[in-house]
Design a binder for this molecule. Sequence first.
Ligand SMILES: O=C(O)C(=O)Cc1ccc(O)cc1
Length: 394
Amino acid sequence: MAALLSRPCFISLHMPYRKGWAQDLANTFCFQPVAVRETSRVRQLALRRGSAIFLVNERLVPGPAGASSRDFLYDVDPRPTLGTASNVCFEVDDVPGLCKRLQSRGCSLPVPPTEVRDDGGSVTYGVASSVVGNISHTLLDRSRYRGPFLPGFQPIQRAPLATGDGIKITHFDHITYVCPRGGARAALDWYQRCFGFRRFLLNPQERPAEGYVLGGQGAGMLLLALQSAQGAPTHGCKLILAESLSKDGTNQVDTFLEQHGGAGIQHVGLRTTDIVTTTRALQQRGARFFTPPATYYSQGGKAEEIRVAGQDPHRLAELGILLDTTAPGDKGRPGTDAAEGPSQEYLMQIFTHPLFSEETFFLELIDRRGAPGFGEGNIQALWKAVQVYMDQQQ
Ligand SMILES: O=C(O)C(=O)Cc1ccc(O)cc1
């Protein structure tokens, strides 16, 4: 099947009335405001770091009647009105063609192909609802546009308040969805059938028919992974579908479903080329990260694993950075970044606290040293750190 979509252009966040989270993203994470659109009811602000762009949508009027779907250009109203990351915009060559294809497969298209123009040229976009929770996808052709962001937005030219020296974020690495129980497989099929995404295996232990099943400590979770078929592997974005398998309904996936009011985007992985410097810089600016239990660094030969990878266990422990080494014999799978291929493959990760008031959306920094997957040990460590945090909140 021909490739239909390329890399994400932006991820849209919706903020309730009078929350300063857009400011936090700008100040703490040093995303630079590049363009803004303001009406009497909403403000839409595009913030960029590397090629990662968040479109932050704020309501300027309280209550559900304060804004409607038509107020959010290049997006739809995600409802509910709590903080949510609800739209992933992909660049597409042929918007009308893809919209037609989606309709013929029974997909709902809240915004049909639409042209928007200003002095910089024109774009065509449409919005499709996904089968997962409140997630939608804006499909955008901006090949005829020369402005800094999109028609309808005013560029912001003022000098940045802080340059964010040391914050090395290059692009969106992956987007992790929480699916309803029993819904991950249907979501996998939908993204393959409608958008031409390809499945890839997250871990050598993953059985294709089952997916990557993580157990232990009540963390029971199923993960399935996809990536867009087009674009250089280093910039193709991955989608991770997570589903709870836990019996007691207390893991972070269940917590997301409960506090978000249904399925949706749980976190976005931001690729960094230097996680140590970036984490330190962000911590100094006030970003808060989950720290794994101290035993993470002392048990099961982890310190040695970190040393063999060429990193300093004390430095990683001081910052709370997780490291996972990919098992050998794991090369050449889809998802592998071919350009990166040292004999020792590993990845490092760290997760922020939730960005909104609810235990829902958070960010991750991920530094891949040739490793395309996700470490089971790291996910378990994250799970334990979240559990400690939630216990402290009670
Ligand atoms: O490790 C990652 O970044 C993943 O995306 C895997 C994952 C999925 C769901 C979780 O609640 C925690 C981790």
